[in-house]
Design a binder for this molecule. Sequence first.
Ligand code: HEM
Length: 144
Amino acid sequence: MLETNKPFGTDDASYQAAGEIAGITQLVHDFYVAMDTFEQAQGIRRMHPKTLDLSRKKLSYFLSGWLGGPKLYAQEFGGISIPGVHQHMAVGEHERDAWLLCMQHAIDKQPYSAEFKYYLMTQLRVPAERIRQACAARTLASKA
Ligand code: HEM
């Protein structure tokens, strides 16, 4: 089991608990395997390119910085707004929940402590819900 002394969310404690970039890469790999597999995720799978290599790299690099580790996404791709990069997508409750289902499945496969698994899932619900809200607000504005 991966351990850290600092509370999650402090410095690079979450990054360490996730097993640094190697652990995050494995998590993202398992996330996209789940997306390829789960019936409920086929809608969001179709939003992605056929080949997931770049999607894997981008999500891994983003999570590295987001968890307090090296800001690999910013170094390689520049600044990012999570609702912004999803603004052209149709993300409602079903899509949000399908994404979170794949992530829950992937997290459960990792050698993380139960506390970190719970923490990470709780944290990821926040941007996932923000994406859904931004999509809902855009849909409302387009109808006004
Ligand atoms: C709420 C449900 C979500 C759906 C349906 C979704 C779907 C997608 C899709 C289809 C892409 C494009 C992939 C590609 O072209 O390679 C993408 C990109 C991305 N997503 Fe999500 N996503 C969701 C939530 C999240 C969350 C919660 C995060 C962060 C914690 C996230 C982080 C990213 C990143 C970093 C990229 C790459 C952006 C870029 O540089 O183009 N996504 N997402």
